[in-house]
Design a protein around this ligand. Structure first.
Ligand SMILES: [Zn+2]
Length: 216
């Protein structure tokens, strides 16, 4: 199997795993990954994460031309914004995951630091998550909002919509977006219960030890 064939299989396997565990539903969610020739593989528009076909993924060449496969997701500007501003991005995943969406609707959520410091893993895998305002699905302004962050964030939350996470490869991006959803779930479960949060010095220790991008 070629390197690209393996990547195609991996994208579809991970997407199905996310779908099977209810992290996104119906035909929601989209995923993309860099190929070794500088191109991109992208989930086609209107497809379900439960049934992605490795041979039908949209393929772009290194110049950004669509060369084969289905029509790409309409959220392409969102994916491009991460690749254009973060040279280290090897994959981007977007979900409509229930608890993250619920948390984005809560009053008093810090838009500059969307997830409360409940466990170390979200800090280690996501850094500080930016909450972006609501945009109509497919609105290119979403991409502009991500570009406005100048590559300083690997994860954003689209209010009343869903999270978007970039990672060094497709596995890292999927693991990190799962961590975002798990932390939002904890936040919803403990909401109003005054949970013990990690303290500033503990957060700083994690940031330093694990070399986290922790944009102030
Ligand atoms: Zn969406």
């Amino acid at each position: 199997m070629t390197e690209e064939a393996r990547l195609r299989e991996l994208i579809c396997t991970l997407a199905k795993s996310l779908f099977d565990r209810g992290l996104t539903h119906g035909s929601t969610g989209n995923i993309s990954a860099r190929t070794s020739d500088g191109g991109l593989l992208v989930s086609p528009t209107g497809t379900s994460f439960g049934r992605l076909d490795p041979s039908r993924l949209s393929r772009f060449d290194a110049e950004g031309r669509h060369v084969s496969g289905g029509k790409p997701t309409k959220e392409m500007p969102l994916h491009s914004a991460f690749y254009d501003t973060r040279s280290q991005a090897g994959a981007v995943v977007h979900l409509h995951s229930c608890h993250a969406v619920a948390w984005s609707m809560m009053p008093d959520v810090d838009e500059d630091d969307f997830l409360p410091p409940l466990t170390p893993y979200a800090i280690m895998q996501l850094g500080r998550v930016k909450l972006l305002p609501f945009f109509r699905p497919g609105d290119p302004a979403m991409g502009d909002a991500v570009r406005g962050l100048a590559g300083k964030r690997s994860a954003v939350m689209l209010a009343n919509h869903g999270p978007v996470v970039a990672g060094k490869d497709v596995e890292a991006a999927c693991n990190a977006i799962e961590e975002l959803e798990a932390t939002a779930r904890l936040a919803m479960l403990t909401c109003g219960c005054r949970p013990h949060l990690l303290k500033g010095a503990q957060i700083q220790d994690i940031v330093t030890t694990f070399n986290v991008e922790w944009e102030a």
